[in-house]
Design a protein around this ligand. Structure first.
Ligand code: AKB
Length: 353
């Protein structure tokens, strides 16, 4: 975009400091992302969450805000104080939680995303450069019509079976479209339109497994919950049947892939939305690996019909060949190797240490 910028100063006339903004920073992905960006020497992290971040996380940020992304005053403050060059918009109500309060989920997942996209475009207008907007979406955008189709479909591409059955999935799919709209068509009829305000890049996550945090509010949570429960010596009743299969990856690989997409050469990117994934064990295979690692593990299966239906509506595998072609994405390890090398050691340390 052209450099038609207003001078990036605060209302008191001081130059605004540059910032990479992370929303939903207190969640599982936020933790991993703050760690990774801090390790890269990024000193300009500004984080928002509705809850206070832990001190260890706060120490890695330039500034943290406790607040709601739906609050226009908070976003106005950010606009006034910072020259935001990059946004990682992680804040969302996940699939299970959203089904208990669909309208609130819509407010956060769609309203919040719209606020952030508007903030990004106002920032870009004010400092004269495109803002990079990294948006994690999810396999929840898919809606497989039945189990037979799910089994036959194999690895689904980004553009197939987009009929989500959850509010979260609908919200994420719309968020992907909103991002593409802001990046390519925003205010397309306005006389004073500035083109190219946003560089929108979206990565669709499968279920994520972190050795450091226990997830909450999602429907892919059965995988990580099972491992953490066994390591903590607690019994676990799995809410899906043993044959349930969806794609997963480790949190470490998801963060690496998110940063790789963020750093990718824009000229090579042929689309806004990319699938990533790594392995697709069934819940039963998950349990076998956990029992092998923790021989006394007490894991039983008691499917919850509604949560099972959500998992059944997600594909068994995703096709990530577009990510490989455009930004060299390659999953590192299969399930057993990732489980043994990347998950077990830190999980054991967490519960014994
Ligand atoms: C959820 O289960 O809602 C999330 C997701 C698959 O996006 N973990």
């Amino acid at each position: 975009m052209n450099d038609t910028s207003l001078t990036p100063t605060t209302p008191t006339g001081h130059r605004r400091s540059s910032a990479v903004l992370i929303t939903g920073a207190g969640g599982e992905v936020g933790h991993g992302l703050i760690d990774a960006l801090h390790a890269q020497g990024r000193e300009e992290i500004v984080a928002i969450d509705i809850r206070e971040l832990e001190p260890a996380m706060r120490d890695k940020c330039r500034e943290t805000f406790v607040g709601d992304i739906c609050d226009p005053l908070l976003l106005g403050r950010l606009l006034a104080m910072y020259e935001i060059t990059e946004i990682y918009h992680l804040a969302a109500l996940l699939s299970t939680r959203a089904e208990y309060a669909p309208e609130s989920a819509h407010e956060v997942n769609v309203g919040g995303t719209l606020n952030l996209l508007r903030l990004a475009s106002e920032q870009a207008r004010s400092h004269g450069r495109k803002v990079k907007f990294i948006y994690p979406s999810s396999i929840a955008v898919y809606g497989m019509p039945d189990l037979d189709t799910k089994a036959k479909a194999g690895a689904v591409t980004e553009d197939e079976y987009l009929n989500p059955t959850t509010m979260y999935g609908c919200n994420k799919l719309y968020g992907e479209h909103l991002g593409r709209y802001y990046a390519r068509h925003y205010r397309q009829l306005a006389q004073d339109r500035i083109p190219d305000v946003l560089d929108f890049r979206c990565v669709r996550y499968p279920g994520l497994i972190s050795p450091h945090t226990v997830p909450s509010g999602g429907t892919s949570d059965f995988g990580p919950e099972m491992i953490h429960a066994a390591a903590a010596g607690k019994p676990y009743k799995c809410f899906v049947r043993e044959s349930a299969r969806i794609p997963f990856m480790t949190m470490g690989e998801a963060i690496e892939a998110t940063l790789a997409l963020g750093a990718a050469d824009a000229k090579r990117l042929t689309r806004c939305v990319y699938n990533i994934g790594a392995f697709s064990p069934t819940a039963g295979e998950f349990a076998d690996a956990v029992r092998e690692a923790f021989p006394g593990a007490d894991i039983s299966f008691k499917p919850d019909v509604q949560r099972q239906a959500i998992v059944d509506s997600w594909p068994e595998e995703v096709d990530w060949s577009a990510a490989t072609r455009d930004w060299d994405y390659k999953p590192g390890k299969g399930f057993k190797q990732a489980f043994e090398e990347d998950l077990l050691p830190p999980i054991r340390a967490r519960y014994t240490g």
